[in-house]
Design a binder for this molecule. Structure first.
Ligand SMILES: Nc1ncnc2c1ncn2[C@@H]1O[C@H](COP(=O)(O)OP(=O)(O)OP(=O)(O)O)[C@@H](O)[C@H]1O
Ligand SMILES: [Mg+2]
Length: 385
């Protein structure tokens, strides 16, 4: 910069101006130079200027970092100035096409990845190319968010595709289930002797259809957007009904069951969808205690503007090293699990403006659902349905 403007001005005026004026020009130029340097050094982009011999004329503060410039003096060659050979090789290639403006990206592997973008412009004076201006930009954040977006888009595309397939599987499964039931009815009507093997096979078919259906339904629940249809619900009656659904399995597995709630306030629920969340938690508790003297309790209480529903079991607890992962889709420690149960619970509770938390230690695990209690200006809204 100084080289091409400062000296030109000075030389043409040198023999016509007085010493005092010359001093003024010096001070003026020095100020201007210092201002321009400050501007360049404040830029987020790195700037590096070289002459046609590839000697460094100028670089700014950011440039020093992005070009990885070593300690240099004026006139140092580009090769000696730039410590990183990957950056040097790229610049060398770009400079060789110096009559055009070229932009290229580079991925560097330091402690973590970083992405830089270099743009090369010809430095022109009096219509002649006398060097090159190189601008460097750190595009790591932009690149990472672009990559994330691409990943999200491909996951979304895959999710839509698999949701479509899952939906297509559901219909034939329904038909299979109906036909197995018809077959069972026909068998029970006919007076012939049915072999144990045949009944065993039919049972297996039934169980596997049910298992497959559960996998498909869980998958669809976890990936589809949820539309909730809220009604103001009497929580006492509602929880009683859910317990009625779960109790036969607990009884069959010899699990003791307690319920612990008194009069609860009404809450807004999608009765069908919310039921899935509570049943998933009960199902996890059943799995946690089924091989021991299991006790499961469902408690509920209202505190302040929230109601808490607690599902407690005396299983072995959730090991510390997996506690952060249990809500992740497909995380499971069970050979027969899909790992979608808690993902669905989380999604459902969030749709209800609630929160699900847990605490777990050896011999006790409690999952707690917190739901907001609706208020009006007179206080609590009582359920009158
Ligand atoms: N009450 C609990 N006691 C001990 N571990 C639990 C309990 N609830 C959840 N877990 C742990 O969290 C994991 C994830 O649970 P999640 O309900 O998401 O999937 P899953 O139960 O394994 O499979 P699926 O729900 O599809 O049958 C379980 O595999 C289990 O390791
Ligand atoms: Mg589960």
């Amino acid at each position: 910069m100084i080289k091409y403007n400062f000296f030109d001005n000075l030389i043409t005026k040198l023999d016509k101006i007085s010493f005092v004026d010359l001093k003024k020009i010096f001070i003026d130029l020095s100020d201007k130079y210092s201002n321009i340097r400050t501007v360049f050094n404040s830029m987020a982009e790195g700037v590096l200027v070289i002459d046609s011999e590839e000697s460094v004329l100028f670089y700014n503060k950011t440039g020093c970092r992005l070009f990885q410039i070593q300690q240099i003096s004026e006139g140092t060659s580009l090769k000696n100035a730039i410590s990183n050979t990957k950056i040097y090789d790229l610049l060398k290639r770009l400079i060789s096409k110096n009559d055009k403006i070229i932009t290229e990206e580079i991925k560097l592997e330091n402690e973590k990845y970083s992405y830089l973008q270099f743009s090369v412009y010809p430095l022109v004076k009096d219509g002649k190319i006398i060097g090159t201006i190189i601008i460097a930009e750190d595009i790591t954040e932009k690149k990472e968010s672009e990559n994330k977006l691409k990943q999200i888009e491909s996951i979304q595309a895959l999710t839509t595709l698999t949701a479509g397939i899952a939906h297509e599987i559901k219909n034939p499964l329904g038909a299979m289930s109906i036909h197995v039931q018809l077959l069972e009815q026909e068998i029970s009507k006919c007076k012939c002797v049915i072999s144990e093997d045949l009944m065993y096979s039919l049972n297996i078919v039934n169980e596997e259809i049910e298992r497959l259906n559960e996998i498909v339904v869980n998958f669809l629940y976890s990936v589809r957007p949820m539309t909730v249809n809220m009604t103001l619900t009497n929580l006492n009656e509602y929880l009683d009904k859910i317990i009625d659904l779960a109790q036969p399995e607990m009884q069959a597995k010899g699990i003791k069951f307690h319920k612990d709630y008194e009069k609860l306030p009404a809450v807004w629920l999608d009765e069908n969808i919310f039921k899935q969340a509570v049943l998933n938690l009960i199902q996890n508790s059943i799995a946690a205690v089924e091989n021991k003297k299991g006790i499961i309790s469902i408690g509920a209480e209202s505190r302040g503007s929230y109601v808490y529903i607690n599902i407690k079991d005396n299983g072995d607890g959730i090991p510390d090293d997996i506690q952060l992962k249990i809500f992740d889709p497909y995380f499971t420690t069970k050979s027969y699990g899909t790992g979608l149960g808690l993902t669905i619970v989380y999604k459902i509770i969030r749709e209800h403006k609630g929160e699900v938390t847990f605490s777990s230690g050896k011999g006790e695990t409690v999952f707690s659902i917190r739901l907001p209690v609706p208020f009006n200006e007179k206080g609590l809204i009582e359920y009158d349905g």
